[in-house]
Design a protein around this ligand. Structure first.
Ligand code: CTP
Length: 449
């Protein structure tokens, strides 16, 4: 019996796939089709797959060509499968010519002519209206955002707004945007959604204006500085049936999501303690050191540690305490915060003027998880135990600056209407983060009085 194998994502199953599977089957007696998981596609840089793995498998089954369907979830699997299943022929479309020649010592490799003018990418683009995005603010983070968002399909940056026209112009020209303006009404008319990357103090008003104008909002962290403001803007987004997301990139990154799953399945037992540190030595003449812009280590950096803590221990902390070192303007150059829960505790260390190791350590009754610096760009982590032979290491690619993950989530939330659950960072979690930041700012004011 001649065994043939082929692989693909097979998203939005189309004619090209059908033709390929038909010819692949005709090459032998038994056809195995490997279908990729979402995680493997994400790892390969395909971040916008439409159909779920189960739906893609079902579509393949319905073609009637596959004698067996398997799941492809890691690099190197093709070499393993060819040997494991005793494959005679490996085949795929001609867009891959040469790419799989490394299998030639193991089996015959045949590249079949690709069907012209059809692909999942073309279908995805056709199905989806391109979201026109406007950026509010044109500082450092906005500059990093533009190139990263280009790798996400279904969204295009159309305009930038800055009340300072010169800044808008410089940014608009640099990134070749159609519109750069200091005219809010003109800006808002051009777009479907906004990314807010202006100073913290301005977020609240911009979010409300954008939502009231019917635009979806992705807002840089810290989204707002008061719990009541966070509650208000999420309620407004709900009323307007619009997406509102806080841009804490770690929340949307595959490595961090994997870490949460591993922690939550009880691999280290009951979680008693979370320690998260993020320091970034910064020049003292930057915005981060300006009291009038609510600068300081905690407002600038604590969103990341708070994300990890709230994701792992929940929203219902019972007590909160801060210890800071401040500069002459009252800006905290280093803050240590302690959160006490009913049966667990957490510590945050953040510093703009003090350097420390940017680790995340989650301690449990059976072992602990350590995520090496920079943990907020989670790429690998380790579960460690008393019995070291049980230790395990996990690796997950973190692409670029990681902003593409939040953009991709934003696009898929918008496209899903109100169907999709915003579980990666919920409104309640963002509201809790705002509440902690508010407590910190209240505390800082009180200690200054
Ligand atoms: N294929 C083909 N003809 C097409 C499209 C795909 O023969 N018009 C083949 C590919 O060469 C591959 C298999 O179908 O062997 C699965 O490809 P997949 O990557 O899932 O499909 P694409 O449409 O190429 O997807 P995308 O646009 O996301 O890259």
């Amino acid at each position: 019996m001649k065994k043939v194998i082929t692989y693909g994502t097979f998203d939005l199953l189309h004619n090209g796939h059908y033709n390929l599977l038909q010819r692949a089957k005709a090459l032998g007696d038994y056809l195995i089709v490997g279908v990729t998981t979402e995680q493997f596609d994400e790892y390969r840089g395909k971040v916008n797959i439409n159909d779920s793995l189960m739906a893609r498998i079902e579509n393949i089954r319905q073609t009637g060509f596959a004698d067996e369907i398997i799941v492809e979830d890691h690099m190197g699997q093709k070499v393993e499968d060819v040997q494991k299943y005793g494959i005679d022929i490996f085949t795929c479309g001609s867009d891959w010519v040469g790419e799989f020649d490394f299998l030639k010592p193991l089996c015959e490799v045949i590249y079949l002519e690709r069907t012209k003018d059809v692909s999942s990418t073309i279908l995805r683009e056709k199905n989806r209206k391109i979201i026109k995005l406007g950026i509010i603010g044109s500082g450092r983070i906005a500059k990093r955002f533009v190139p990263e968002s280009k790798s996400v399909a279904g969204i295009n940056i159309e305009a930038v707004y800055n009340p300072n026209f010169e800044s808008a112009r410089e940014f608009g020209e640099r990134f070749e945007l159609d519109t750069y303006t200091d005219d809010w009404d003109l800006f808002i008319k051009k777009i479907d959604a906004v990314y807010i990357a202006s100073p913290h103090n301005t977020h609240y008003e911009y979010i409300k204006s954008a939502l009231n104008a019917g635009k979806h909002v992705l807002c840089e962290k810290p989204m707002v500085l008061k719990k009541s403001h966070a509650e208000e803007v999420f309620a407004l987004a709900k009323k307007q049936r619009l997406v509102l997301m806080e841009a804490i990139k770690t929340a949307y990154a595959p490595g961090f999501l994997k870490l949460l799953s591993i922690a939550k399945i009880g691999s280290i037992g009951k979680i008693y303690d979370v320690e998260a540190c993020f320091t970034k030595l910064t020049n003292s003449n930057t915005r981060e050191f300006k009291p009038e812009e609510n600068g300081g280590s905690f407002t600038e950096l604590a969103s990341y540690p708070l994300l990890a803590i709230i994701k792992l221990l929940g929203k219902d902390y019972e007590d909160l305490r801060f210890d800071s070192f401040t500069d002459k303007n009252g800006i905290d150059i280093y803050t240590k915060a302690h959160l006490k829960y009913k049966d667990s505790i957490a510590t945050i260390k953040v510093g703009l003027g003090v350097k420390s190791e940017g680790q995340l350590i989650i301690s449990g009754s059976h072992g602990y998880i350590i995520v090496e610096a920079p943990w907020w760009k989670t790429e690998s982590f380790e579960t460690r135990y008393e019995d070291r032979s049980k230790n395990d290491k996990f690796f997950i690619k973190f692409r670029g600056e990681g902003l593409q993950y939040e953009v991709n989530e934003f696009v898929s939330m918008i496209n899903a209407g109100n169907e999709k659950n915003q579980f990666k960072l919920t409104a309640g979690e963002s509201i809790t983060i705002a509440g902690v930041i508010e407590s910190f700012l209240d505390n800082r004011t009180a200690s200054r009085d």
